[in-house]
Ligand binder design. Sequence first.
Ligand code: 13P
Ligand code: SF4
Length: 364
Amino acid sequence: MKTRQAPLPEFYVGLPEVEIDARIIEAKKKLSSRLVILGHHYQRDSIIRHADFRGDSYKLAKDAGSLPDAEYIVFCGVHFMAESADILTPPSQVVILPNMAAGCSMADMANIFQVRNCWRALEGLMDVSKVVPVTYINSAANLKAFVGEQGGTVCTSTNAPAAVEWALQRGEKVLFFPDQHLGRNTGVRLGYDPSDMVVWDPFRPLGGNSAEALERAKFILWKGHCSVHSRFNVGQIEKARAEFPGVNVVVHPECSLEVVEASDDNGSTSHIIKVVSEAPPGTSWAVGTEINLVQRLAKEHPGKTIFCLDPQICPCSTMYRIHPSFLLYALEELVEGRVVNQVSVPDEVATFARRSLDQMLQLA
Ligand code: 13P
Ligand code: SF4
């Protein structure tokens, strides 16, 4: 979802970093237990150090729903994460995204009109009561609502296999959006073949497929991808193995199937952090995910060789929009009793979206 962000007030624009940091600490003290700051693993260090809870999308969604005492939840992550937090919290709690322009390019690759068109096209070909929609949490709230209405589930990179297994116990096919790679990697992990899958291109009639191919397919995968994870390739893995004999390669499942198959392990951001952190000193790790996470891991584990598979810096540019000056502005406004950048999902959307998010939480 593309959302506009009003320019920061002049005062905050040129503030030195040390002053921003000190003022954030001060504002946090003033707001005390009324405030909780959540930080996704891709946030920069100067944000993460202020987070009360860090995590991947799954953990942060759970955290948000289990903080009944916080009046304000400031979500340092991207828009779909703040929306999920708002859906999972009571109306009395206010969810704030410090920069409303922090979206997710993958989430923007599927919108409700396209998904409804796809569903209508499938209705013309088959009994859609046997098609179970599964949306990755990286999607707008109205897509989660659509999935909730149709009896499907949300998934994250943590529980995608459980979500897809659940879906295939309830129906014969899965419509998975918006990330084709997570969908394909999950299907293969569950023992299906890529030939059991078709890709749905929202800009082509029948998604670019024949009616027969759609009828045959077990998985209909939306043509979406992550701009960060699509940078990783098998050549980078081969180069890392040649330069660092014995290196372990771990990647996020938003990478392509070829990359996942050429690596040693794959999983959510929390999984990546866990395996690298728990590895013995002296081991080497080539990591296929966002650079802030990789650099932090390298700093926290000086006894291990930890580097990003992509030699060019690969930050998530939308996560990066949560600059400390935006966080400070949001907090100082709260101190003054003013709420800025509230993320509020309308009731008619939230009701059904909560159904698919609750389903996801039950799966774990
Ligand atoms: P995680 O749920 O693994 O943190 O992933 C979120 C994400 O956006 C990865 O690109
Ligand atoms: Fe979206 Fe990719 Fe950024 Fe994750 S890394 S928030 S999927 S653009």
